[in-house]
Write a protein of this length. Structure first.
Ligand code: URA
Length: 227
């Protein structure tokens, strides 16, 4: 099966998934979209109202801003794979619950495995905690960490930056660094092919390509009714 076929199969499974209660209130599931061979994968939180209606990720105000952020890095939306940690809209855009995150995790794992991106950008805390449990986004955003056979960069959620002006310069600067970070990732992954593969969810940060950070006490994710 080609990568595209596998991703289409996952999307089809997502569309009929009843593994958590979110299926009861969804209009359409939002599996994710982008090129199957994307070097960069962006993972947000969960679909909002617009996404739920159209079955596509990041198409509302946060999505419009995301397109601007990608342009900062000389990228277009169609260059990257975009998805969320939960594939169906949490009612009233509430935070995803642990059982909803768990129910969707295998879909996300399969997407990551098949796309095999060099860089995963987590947007907001829920996707960041999947890869860097316990860290504080204010201390790690924009830093690229090697986690097994790829790199992960935590970034603020575009919706948070839209609603908190103070975060905007940081997210703009983080995206502007992306071409340089992608270059580093390409070089390191091409020269170091012997890293043993481990399941993504057991990954621990190995190296940071920016300031040194240490894992902090986990900040409980705060409610973001932003999109
Ligand atoms: N916010 C997200 O996290 N994901 C979307 O798809 C839209 C808004």
């Amino acid at each position: 099966m080609t990568a595209q076929e596998t991703l289409a199969k996952i999307a089809s499974e997502v569309s009929t998934c009843t593994n958590c209660d979110l299926h009861k209130t969804r209009t359409l599931s939002v599996p994710g979209e982008g090129p199957a061979n994307a070097e960069i994968m962006l993972i947000g939180e969960g679909p909002g109202a617009n996404e739920d209606m159209q079955g596509r990720p990041f198409i509302g105000a946060a999505g419009k801003f995301l397109v601007e952020l990608l342009a900062q890095a000389g990228l277009q939306r169609t260059d990257v794979w975009i998805c969320n940690v939960v594939k169906c809209r949490p009612p009233a855009n509430r935070d995803p619950m642990p059982e909803e995150l768990a129910a969707c995790n295998l879909f996300l794992e399969r997407q990551i495995e098949r796309i095999n991106p060099k860089i995963i950008i987590t947007l907001g805390r829920f996707s960041m905690y999947k890869f860097m449990p316990g860290v504080k986004i204010t201390q790690v955003h924009g830093q690229m960490r090697r986690i097994n056979n790829r790199f992960v960069i935590a970034m603020f959620h575009p919706a948070a930056a839209l609603h908190q002006a103070a975060l905007k310069p940081a997210i703009l600067a983080d995206f502007a660094k992306l071409p340089q970070l992608l270059d580093t990732a390409r070089k390191e992954l091409n020269t170091n092919k012997t890293q043993p593969a481990m399941p993504e969810k057991q990954a621990q940060p190995e190296t940071s390509h920016d300031a040194e950070t240490s894992a902090e006490q986990m900040e409980p994710p705060k409610q973001m009714k932003l999109f």
